[in-house]
Design a protein around this ligand. Structure first.
Ligand code: G6P
Length: 613
């Protein structure tokens, strides 16, 4: 939520900041702003509700000369999206400017105390409170800019990634983080700060992922990293793995479509180097580490949000099928606020594309505090979850920019499949022969996904027929059920059509009342267990005049006689169905959203990385 970017160095700051904001727009896109500070020590602040391009237009030919600057793209929490609430925010006398990603939880108490002491606020944001506080500390005490920031932060409860500038010195910039991500780019006589590495990669590959509770102080081209309580840290500079092509559209109309079509490759990348057919083993360092624990493990708990939670449901089936371990899948947001029964015998897996989702992080922290072993399945390298966990498995899907998750989901499922098989091997719950068959089957996945992508034209035609529907129902059983949930989520996220995913048999207990001749019902009816049962469910829908779109296994002519449309996908192992059957559902949602002229990559009200609870 919210993207922040800052630059200090020898180049013009404004173009770098604006370009960076466009790359971070997936994090929030209801308003944006920049603050520029040149040698004249005068802040130039431009803010606008709407997209970064609206901000750019509103800046027009106004003066942007400055070698120091910062920008923010907002996903509103406190205060409606408008020009005033957009960041940056200024301190009362205009000495300091701040951009902020996160929530200051005690802002109300801080604000009322500040108001009593005569501070006047312009916006409704929690962020403005912090910059007033910094200025007050600075003015009342004989302290430096850095000390004022540190002293103010000790009074703050909540999550933040902030960057602050002071008009006293344009060669001075301070960043700090607690609970929200921050990456520092270290170039030749220049430094960058951003919520993730995408605004930085074009200029330098050397980055530092700031740890929680740390500050980056950049003064006269010198970077110092300290904890908020003033202990100097030796920063670990690492080389970025992402490249520029992976964060650009590459000829596709939308990132989402590009990412859908990247799946043969991203799935391959998530199992590459991990399966060894000749040796008959799967190697995942994070899993191998707990070999002894797995032998007697009694329970796995999986936590996640959104699409990652759906991947968790697939994980449940995989671990139960192969490793014979009971699994509970929890919404991270619910788990963290219950009083879950959990102890050191448990193994908790967090699934998160971004590795930053606030609820998932908090659920893991809770599990850790109760002594459980915590494990992350994440996509973004160096993000907060991998740094908190005891071990993990990266999904290697590459940067996912479209807000609706596609390739990250299939990469998560691939990683979970490998994990389940690896644990099964350690527990002796899978035969050598069966494991070998599974590995051979995994190697066929990229080709099968490629084939599933050939449904693109057909899904586009179906989309034309159903683009004006008000509701849609997705049904599946077994591995088809999480696919139904994910299909429905994709549709509602990007096309704003109400959609529900249901276990096919549960339809009789409610959703069947919704079915009429207007209602498209999308059914996963492949040639796996429960096929006959799902066919009966299709008949039940047809008997109520629903429009049936079936995802079926190629060659199945039987189902064609009872469906309005059949989308054929290649035959596959049942446990790998989510990796194939999800593809046409992603395409269907995409085409419906495009036909409805929705903003596919940046759907309203959503953000890709939800760093507030
Ligand atoms: C947001 C995104 C979803 C994502 C969910 C969890 O809601 O829009 O696409 O599935 O967060 O994010 P995570 O990064 O933890 O997978």
């Amino acid at each position: 939520m919210c993207g922040i970017v800052a630059y200090i160095g020898h180049r013009e700051a404004c173009p770098i900041v604006l370009k960076g904001l466009k790359r971070l727009e997936y994090r929030g896109y209801d308003s944006a702003g920049v603050a520029l500070l040149g040698a004249d020590k005068q802040f130039k602040v431009y803010k606008k509700s709407g997209k970064v391009t609206d901000l750019e237009e509103s800046i027009g030919s106004q003066d942007t000369t400055a070698h120091t600057g910062m920008g923010h793209t907002r996903w509103a929490t406190h205060g409606v999206p408008n020009d005033v609430n957009a960041h940056p925010h200024m301190s009362g006398s205009g000495k300091f400017a701040i951009i902020h990603n996160g929530i200051i939880e005690n802002y109300a108490a801080l604000k009322s105390a500040l108001v009593k002491r005569g501070h006047e606020f312009k916006s409704e944001t929690d962020t403005e409170v912090l910059i007033h506080l910094i200025e007050e500390v600075y003015d009342k005490n004989d302290v430096t800019f850095e000390e004022a920031v540190r002293m103010a932060l000790t009074q703050v409860i909540g999550a933040y990634a902030i960057v602050i500038l002071s008009n006293q010195d344009p060669n001075y910039l301070i960043g700090a983080r607690k609970g929200s991500p921050m990456v520092i780019g270290v170039g030749e006589n220049e430094h960058f700060i951003a919520s993730d590495a995408t605004p930085i990669v074009e200029y330098t590959r050397n980055v530092i992922y700031l740890n929680d509770g740390e500050m980056a102080i950049i003064h006269n081209n010198q970077l110092t990293v300290k904890t908020i309580d003033n202990t100097i840290k030796t920063p670990y500079i690492q080389e970025l793995e992402i490249n520029l092509e992976s964060i650009e559209k590459g000829g596709y109309d939308h990132f989402m479509l590009k990412e859908i079509f990247e799946q043969p490759r991203s799935i391959l990348d998530s199992f590459r180097g991990r399966i060894h057919i000749n040796d008959g083993r799967i190697s995942m360092a994070g899993i191998d580490k707990f070999e002894d624990k797995f032998k007697n493990l009694e329970r796995i708990i999986i936590v996640g949000c959104g699409t990652s939670w759906h991947a968790g449901l697939v994980g449940e089936y995989l671990f139960e099928d192969f490793a014979r371990i009971p699994v509970e899948v929890e919404y991270a947001s619910e788990f963290r606020y219950r009083n879950p029964v959990i102890d050191e015998r448990d193994f908790v897996i967090a699934i998160s594309q971004s590795g930053e989702t606030a609820d998932t992080l908090a659920a893991l922290e809770l599990a850790k505090s109760r002594g459980a072993t915590i494990f992350g399945v994440c996509n973004v390298v160096g993000s907060s979850i991998p740094r908190l966990t005891d071990a993990g498995a990266y999904t290697h899907a590459g940067p996912e920019i479209g807000v609706a998750s596609t390739k990250a989901f299939t990469a998560q499922v691939t990683a979970l499949l490998l994990m389940a098989l690896s644990v099964a091997q350690k527990r002796g719950s899978i035969s050598t022969q069966r494991l070998r068959e599974m590995m051979i089957e995994i190697e066929t996945l990229p080709a099968k996904v490629e084939k599933a992508l050939l449904t693109d034209d057909q899904t586009k035609k179906i989309a034309e027929e159903f683009k004006d529907t008000k509701n849609a129902l997705y049904l599946g059983r077994g591995y088809g059920f999480p696919i139904a949930l994910e299909g429905a989520l994709k549709l509602k996220e990007i096309s704003y059509i109400h959609a529900e995913g249901y276990p096919a048999a549960e339809m009789k207990h409610g959703p069947i009342a919704l079915i009429d001749e207007e209602m498209p019902v999308i059914v996963i009816a492949t040639n796996h267990s429960n096929y006959e049962k799902v066919i009966s469910n299709i008949q039940e829908v047809k008997a109520r005049k629903g429009k049936v779109i079936v995802i079926a296994t190629e060659g199945d002519t039987h189902v064609a006689s009872m469906a309005d449309h059949v989308i054929y996908i290649p035959d596959c192992e049942e446990s790998m169905l989510p990796l194939i059957a999800t593809i046409p559902l992603q395409l269907l949602s995409y085409h419906i959203a495009v036909l409805r002229e929705c903003n596919v990559d940046q759907p309203r009200n959503l953000a890709k990385s939800v760093t507030v609870e």
